[in-house]
Design a protein around this ligand. Structure first.
Ligand code: 13P
Length: 249
């Protein structure tokens, strides 16, 4: 037993409208009542946050934004600040998802600044890291992860959680094997402990990339996997609930 409370999150990406979000939350709330042993977070799109906040008020389920701007306010059309996320009840925010690194050219440095900005707004950043297929096949996985992790930790205070999401496993159905995921998580754990001491032992390391009800239990059985960041399967409350069920300590 690691002593770390499992953390299971659904990243809805650019899916759902308000009515769908409301139905999902009602259904997940109904199922999750009485379930203990895992912390659960939803990451809906910005326009859905108000609806999700209303639908989940008073429940044990938390919610968060999928991104934030590194400065607290100002002339940044189309962006959202940490204060705005906090205002709608977000306790978490994703930073550095590979789709943002890819689609918006986000650098490690910018992601570190976003993580720090989140902390200053009282929100826990979940920093996403992961290698591409090309980086893995050319033997650069650990070098890339080391750099991404250092940038995430460079910004004080430290992140709320780290999500390892190998880019080649996202939305492809190609899940990392439990052994491969554990190898990376053990490497990250050693790095975290070296940088942060006992706080590095306590920080939760999530796995993401084609997690489904069918593979969650064997991944969760690995000693350094503390939960999941789920994409596709997290869009369905039933499948997401089954993954949560496989992740209760
Ligand atoms: P999938 O679960 O659809 O592979 O997506 C993972 C992900 O990117 C979660 O942030």
């Amino acid at each position: 037993m690691s002593g770390r409370t499992p953390l299971v999150a659904a990243n809805w990406k650019m899916h759902k409208v308000r009515a769908e979000a409301r139905d999902y939350c009602t259904e997940l709330r109904r199922r999750i009542e009485g379930v203990r042993g895992a912390e659960v977070v939803l990451f809906p799109g910005f326009t859905l946050l108000g609806t999700v906040a209303e639908a989940l008020a008073g429940s044990s389920i938390a919610w968060g934004g999928q991104d934030l701007h590194p400065v607290p306010q100002g002339a940044h059309t189309g962006d959202v600040s940490g204060a705005q996320l906090a205002d709608v009840g977000c306790s978490w925010v994703l930073c550095g998802h590979s789709e943002r690194r890819q689609d918006h050219g986000e650098s490690d440095e910018l992601i570190g600044a976003k993580a720090a900005a989140a902390r200053h707004s009282g929100i826990k950043p979940m920093v996403c890291i992961g290698e591409t297929e090309e980086q893995r096949s050319s033997g650069r996985t650990f070098e890339v992860l080391d750099r991404q992790l250092a940038a995430a930790l460079g910004a004080e205070p430290r992140p709320g959680a780290i999500a390892y999401e190998p880019v080649w496993a996202i939305g492809t159905g190609k899940t990392a094997t439990p052994e491969l995921a554990q190898e990376v998580h053990a490497f990250l754990r050693r790095r975290l402990e070296k940088a942060l001491g006992s706080a590095g032992t306590a920080l939760r390391l999530l796995y993401g990339g084609s997690v489904k009800p069918a593979n969650a239990a064997e991944l969760f059985a690995q000693p350094d996997i503390d939960g999941f960041l789920v994409g596709g399967a997290g869009l369905d409350p039933g499948q997401f609930f089954d993954i949560i069920g496989s992740s209760c300590a």
